[in-house]
Write a protein that binds this ligand. Structure first.
Ligand SMILES: [Zn+2]
Length: 359
């Protein structure tokens, strides 16, 4: 059975009895998120939780948030505020994401989720009273598993949650009714028709059933002949990437616990700085770089996660051999033409970073 992951849906009230011994509202804070798990009866009327959360589910939420935390190097201006609850969703819909969009003056787009603005762009978005950066709901009708392996008769909770948060970090179209209006996201701006037009261009004429590419990595967008609100145009077409996290549906027993390599490449095109993109980072953790590095190819040197040194034009970085014991290195950085030197010690490897593609 294939079930749909939706980014939009209607809400109606639904009450279920919570199993004994489960916890009510919980707050989870990670590096970039402050999440409120609404328990049964908690939250505003439109978002009232209809079930409580088990310890295993609370732990799985933290695990999932950490996966996104560990995907990017971008520095958020503040934590992403969100609620997650169990609530009534349309039949066949496993979970839904409701994003807070804001106007944003992008190069070829004019709207973004507040999550993107806060985290990717590092700019603040002020929330109104009671507003959230996003609200997620899980459909309590379906059986979710939080185990390391997912039984054939259950849906993987972590995969679904990771997917729904994915809509907020950029996998989202503002063509959610079968037509484009005034606003376009950066995801929309990367969609291309056979003539090379993008949504927002005069020559772009949206039609259902047409295969549109997105980004430059060979992905296409899910766009069935019958427009599916909440699914069409905001998902990766499985035919272009069977490993995609952002497929519109997921089968029971299946785990997708990371964005795929192609999706990560697309996120980089959207402006995210990935932690593990070899295009951006020359890692010396593996002791493959032991000689002088031409910093003409890099605009900054990331010595550890908390320290960035800009050595300036024409600088070189001299690394000692990192073979053998890598517990502690000495790194000497020569800054430009000057004789300035800094000696740095760190314990967990060193990454070189460049801003933007050079090819
Ligand atoms: Zn989705």
């Amino acid at each position: 059975m294939k079930l749909t992951l939706s980014i939009l849906s209607c809400l109606t009230g639904l009450s279920t009895l919570a199993p004994m011994g489960w916890a009510a509202t919980h707050e989870i804070t990670t590096k970039n998120f402050h999440i409120t798990l609404l328990g049964n009866g908690d939250g505003p009327a439109d978002w009232m939780g209809t079930r409580d959360w088990s310890d295993d589910q609370i732990a799985a939420v933290t695990t999932t948030l950490n996966i996104w935390d560990d995907t990017f190097r971008n520095t958020a201006s503040r934590k992403i505020e969100a609620t997650i609850s169990w609530g009534a969703l349309e039949e066949g819909v496993l979970a839904g994401s409701f994003s807070n969009y804001v106007e944003y003056d992008g190069e070829n787009y004019n709207a973004a989720t507040s999550t993107e603005v806060i985290w990717k762009e590092g700019e603040d978005v002020v929330l109104e009273e009671g507003e959230m950066d996003f609200r997620l709901q899980f459909n309590p009708v379906y059986g979710f598993s939080t185990g390391n392996t997912t039984p054939q008769n259950a849906t993987d909770f972590i995969s679904v949650l990771l997917h729904e948060i994915g809509h907020n970090v950029g996998f989202n179209s503002l063509n959610d009714t079968g037509t484009y209006g005034e606003y376009y996201t950066i995801w929309d701006s990367l969609i291309t028709d056979a003539q090379g037009n993008h949504p927002g261009d005069a020559g772009f004429n949206y039609q259902t059933g047409v295969s549109y590419t997105i980004g430059s990595g060979g992905l296409t967008v899910y766009n069935p002949f019958v427009f599916a609100p909440g699914s069409s145009m905001s998902h990766v077409d499985a035919a272009s990437d069977p490993n995609a996290l952002m497929q519109y549906s997921i089968g029971e027993g299946i785990q997708r616990r990371n964005p795929s390599d192609q999706e990560k490449a697309l996120l980089a095109e959207m402006g995210w700085v990935l932690k593990d993109d070899p295009t951006y980072y020359a890692s010396v953790d593996g002791a493959s770089i032991t000689d002088q590095i031409d910093l003409n190819f890099f605009t900054s040197v990331l010595v550890n996660r908390n320290m960035t040194i800009d050595p300036g034009e024409g600088a070189t970085i001299v690394l000692p051999s990192l073979r053998g014991d890598k517990a502690e290195y000495n790194v000497t950085i020569h800054c430009g033409e000057s004789a300035d030197r800094q000696s740095l010690q760190h314990r967990h490897g060193l990454h070189l970073r460049r801003r933007g593609h050079r090819q």
